[in-house]
Ligand binder design. Structure first.
Ligand SMILES: [Zn+2]
Length: 233
């Protein structure tokens, strides 16, 4: 551990605090854990491929063994393609690849096809690849007004910092954090009204620039909802 602490000392150019030392040690341990598990998972994949290979070699050496036809192999690939994106695919694909590479027999290929057909029949329909997180990239940083449930306008500030999106509710001149469900609902409303319209509404109702939130002092800016500096960006 002293190597990490020396590194930390050198990088900071001073003696690190106890908290910094503890964090550096914890981080190092987590990195080691991650590397160890990654290695185990890779070993698992290799073992599975070897198991498939050994199984097929055994069947291929039976006296009555007949090799699978190209048509069967093509069918296996077609069925696998239908399973893409499902959990079974992650294990079925490397297993089938290894078995085919080892030289799968005709009856074994037939078994694999039956099993894959069963998976396909029971697999959930994958229409679009799942989106992990909606980044609301269509909503630029700025200020927006949308209708709330009382029929009044609610005012929001959207900004991004270190790749994270923040949306705060503006009440008078303060910006308040709101729960995630409310944040998501507000972003969806801005999207629904379109960011442009919601921005212009903010400017109209508060007389402030929808991009930077500063007071709009000249008539043209008030009309456009955006100040001269932000217009020229
Ligand atoms: Zn502005």
């Amino acid at each position: 551990m002293s190597a990490i602490l020396n590194q930390l000392r050198q990088r900071a150019g001073r003696i690190p605090t106890d908290a910094e030392e503890t964090r550096a040690v914890q981080l190092k341990e987590l990195q080691e854990d991650h590397a160890a598990y990654t290695a185990k998972m890779e070993l698992g994949d290799r073992l599975m491929a070897q198991q498939a290979k050994a199984t097929e070699a055994f069947h291929l050496n039976r006296p009555d063994a007949v090799k699978a036809t190209d048509k069967q192999v093509g069918f296996i690939h077609a069925l696998l393609a239908k399973l893409e994106g499902t959990t079974v695919y992650a294990t079925a694909k490397p297993w089938c690849d290894a078995a085919i590479a080892a030289g799968i027999t005709k009856d074994r290929a037939s078994d694999v096809i039956t099993r894959l057909k069963g998976y396909v029949a029971n697999a959930p329909v994958v229409t679009t690849p799942p989106r992990a997180f909606d980044a609301y990239d269509d909503i630029p940083d700025g200020y927006y007004a949308v209708s709330n449930n009382d029929g009044d306008a609610s005012f929001y500030r959207v900004r991004r910092h270190n790749g994270r999106l923040f949306i705060d509710l503006q009440v008078s001149d303060s910006f308040n954090r709101i729960p995630w469900v409310t944040r998501k609902a507000a972003l969806d409303k801005i999207r629904h009204d379109t960011p442009q319209a919601a921005g212009e509404r903010y400017a109209r109702e508060l007389g402030r620039c929808y991009r930077c939130g500063r007071t709009l002092t000249d008539e043209t800016s008030r009309e456009l909802g955006i100040g001269p500096t932000c217009r020229n960006k």
